[in-house]
Design a protein around this ligand. Structure first.
Ligand code: ATP
Length: 449
C-alpha cells in the first residue's frame, strides 16, 4: 500500500517516508546493500550492488568527461590513499581535522556539538535529556600502521580527502603535461573519515568517494575563478537532470570558514531530511602549497612568464562526493505514482546515467518471438547495458524496470515477426512508439544522449 493522499515532491509518498522507501528499493533492486549485513552490519559503510555500481561508474564517467576529457586545461591524477604522515602534519589535519564530540550521560549517545540547536537549552538529540559532557575535540582521521611494527614511527593515515595527493603532485603534473597557469588537476578516489554521527543512508559515511578538482591560478584572479567554478559546478548538476528548484548555493559566513579558506560556497540539495551540502567550492588560497613548501623544503612556486614574477599559486577547489551525488540522483528521481493496479514506483534517472539503458521483452513464448527478442537484445548489448526479461506478465516486467530506472523497454510482440517492428515504451510518460527493429539502435542513440 502507498502512503496515499500524501502528494509530495515524490508523488504519493510522504516526505518523511521517502528515505525508508528508497533504502528498501535500493536493496530489492541491487543498488545498495548494508556492508557485512550477514554479521549485522558495520557502522555506516555500504556496498554497491549490480545496479549501484553501474550508476556510480556512470556518474564518475560523466564528471570525468566534463572536468577532464572535454577540457584542455585540466589533467587527471590517481594518487595513493596512503601518504607520508608529513603531508597531514603540513596540511593541518593532524592538529585540526577534528569535530567537537559530546556524550549524553543519560543514553550514552555520542554526537557532534553542532547537532545541538544553538538557540535552545542544550539537549541530547536522541533522548532529549540535558545531562551532557563538555565537548572535546575528536580527530576524524583513521590511523593504521605501515609495516610489521606497530609503533609511533610507523603510523600512517587513511586520507580524509583526495586533495592533498593533488597538491604534492602539483609540479609533477604541471611539468609532465606541460601546463601553464591557470590549469587544474582532477582526481576521483576513496576518502575516509571517522565521522562521529554518520547517517541518512549513504549521505554521511565513514568510507566514501570524492571527485575533486584543484584549479591553480594567479593569486589576483582567484575571486573571479571561484565565481566561474561555482557556476560551472552548479550547471553540472542541472545537466545531470537534477530538479533545478532542489538546488541552491550557500555562502559560508566567517564563522563557518575552514582554516585554509578565504571564501567558500556549498552547493546544496533539498533532501527529504532538509537542505544539505552536496559539493564544496572553495578558495583555498596558497595555504596548502605554502604549507607543503615549508614542511618539505621543496619549492612549489610558479614562474609566470607573462607577468615575469614568481608566486605560489592560489587554489580554487571543487569537491564533490560520489556517494552523495548518487544519493541525490536516487532521491531526485524517486516517485510513487498512480493508484490501485496502476500504482508504480519509478526512478526517473537521466538516461545517460541509468544503469540499464534498455530492457527487451518477448511478449509470449511462441511464433519465433523469443528468437527475435534474443537477437534484438544481443544487437543492443554490443553497445549498451541491455537487459533481457521473459518472466511474468508484461506489466510486472515494466514495473521491475521502472524501479531499476531503465528509461526504455522494448517489447517483441505478435506483429514484430511479421512486420519487423517492435514497441518501445518510455519509462516516464509510459507512452509507446512503434519502431523498426532495424532502426532501433539509431532510435536509442538519439534518445539516450
Ligand atoms: P560536512 O560539513 O557535511 O561534514 P565537509 O564540509 O566536511 O562536509 P568537505 O570536506 O567539503 O565536506 O567534503 C567535500 C565533499 O565530500 C562533500 O560535499 C560531500 O559531498 C563529500 N563528503 C564529505 N564527507 C563525507 C562523508 N562522511 N560521507 C559521504 N560524503 C562525504
Amino acid at each position: 500500500m502507498n502512503d496515499t493522499n500524501h502528494q509530495s515532491d515524490w508523488g504519493n509518498v510522504a516526505t518523511g517516508s521517502v528515505m525508508d522507501r528508497l533504502v528498501s528499493l535500493s536493496k530489492r533492486r541491487g543498488y545498495v546493500f548494508q556492508s557485512s549485513e550477514i554479521y549485522g552490519g558495520i557502522g555506516s559503510t555500504w556496498d554497491y550492488g549490480p545496479l549501484g555500481v553501474e550508476l556510480k561508474r556512470n556518474i564518475k564517467d560523466f564528471w570525468w568527461r566534463t572536468m577532464v576529457e572535454r577540457r584542455d586545461d585540466i589533467e587527471g591524477l590517481d594518487a595513493a590513499i596512503l601518504m607520508s604522515p608529513k603531508v597531514w602534519e603540513a596540511s593541518g589535519h593532524i592538529d585540526g581535522f577534528t569535530d567537537p564530540l559530546v556524550d549524553c550521560k543519560n543514553c550514552k549517545h555520542r554526537f557532534r556539538e553542532d547537532e545541538i540547536d544553538p538557540d535552545k537549552e542544550p539537549r541530547c538529540p536522541r533522548c532529549g535529556r540535558g545531562d551532557l559532557s563538555a565537548a572535546r575535540q575528536f580527530n576524524l582521521m583513521f590511523k593504521t600502521f605501515m609495516g610489521p611494527v606497530e609503533d609511533d614511527a610507523s603510523v600512517v593515515y587513511l586520507r580524509p580527502e583526495t586533495a592533498q595527493g593533488i597538491y604534492v603532485n602539483f609540479l609533477n603534473v604541471m611539468n609532465a603535461a606541460r601546463q601553464k597557469l591557470p590549469f587544474g588537476i582532477a582526481q576521483i578516489g576513496k576518502a575516509f573519515r571517522n565521522e562521529i554521527t554518520p547517517g541518512n543512508f549513504i549521505f554521511r559515511t565513514r568510507e566514501f568517494e570524492q571527485m575533486e578538482m584543484q584549479y591553480f591560478v594567479q593569486p589576483g584572479s582567484a575571486g573571479e575563478w571561484l565565481e566561474r567554478w561555482l557556476e560551472e559546478r552548479n550547471e553540472w548538476y542541472r545537466e545531470l537532470g537534477i530538479r533545478h528548484d532542489k538546488l541552491r548555493v550557500h555562502e559560508h559566513g566567517d564563522e563557518e570558514l575552514a582554516h585554509y579558506a578565504a571564501a567558500a560556497f556549498d552547493i546544496e540539495y533539498e533532501f527529504p531530511f532538509g537542505w544539505q551540502e552536496l559539493e564544496g567550492v572553495h578558495n583555498r588560497t596558497d595555504f596548502d602549497l605554502t604549507a607543503h613548501e615549508r614542511r618539505s623544503g621543496k619549492k612549489l612556486s610558479y614562474f609566470d612568464e607573462e607577468a615575469k614574477e614568481r608566486y605560489v599559486p592560489y587554489i580554487i577547489e571543487t569537491s564533490a562526493g560520489v556517494d552523495r551525488t548518487l544519493l541525490v540522483c536516487l532521491v531526485d528521481g524517486f516517485r510513487e505514482e498512480g493508484e490501485g493496479k496502476e500504482a508504480r514506483t519509478v526512478l526517473r534517472l537521466d538516461p545517460r546515467i541509468a544503469p540499464i539503458k534498455v530492457a527487451v521483452f518477448p511478449l509470449v513464448k511462441r511464433d519465433g518471438m523469443p528468437e527475435m527478442a534474443i537477437e534484438v537484445h544481443a544487437a543492443l548489448k554490443r553497445r549498451w547495458n541491455a537487459f533481457f526479461d521473459d518472466g511474468g506478465s508484461i506489466g510486472r516486467r515494466y514495473r521491475r524496470q521502472d524501479e531499476a530506472g531503465t528509461p526504455f523497454c522494448v517489447t517483441v510482440d505478435g506483429e514484430s515477426t511479421s512486420d519487423g517492428t517492435v514497441t518501445v515504451r518510455h519509462r516516464d510518460s509510459m507512452t509507446q512508439d512503434r519502431v523498426s527493429a532495424d532502426r532501433l539502435a539509431e532510435w536509442l542513440e538519439d534518445h539516450l544522449s
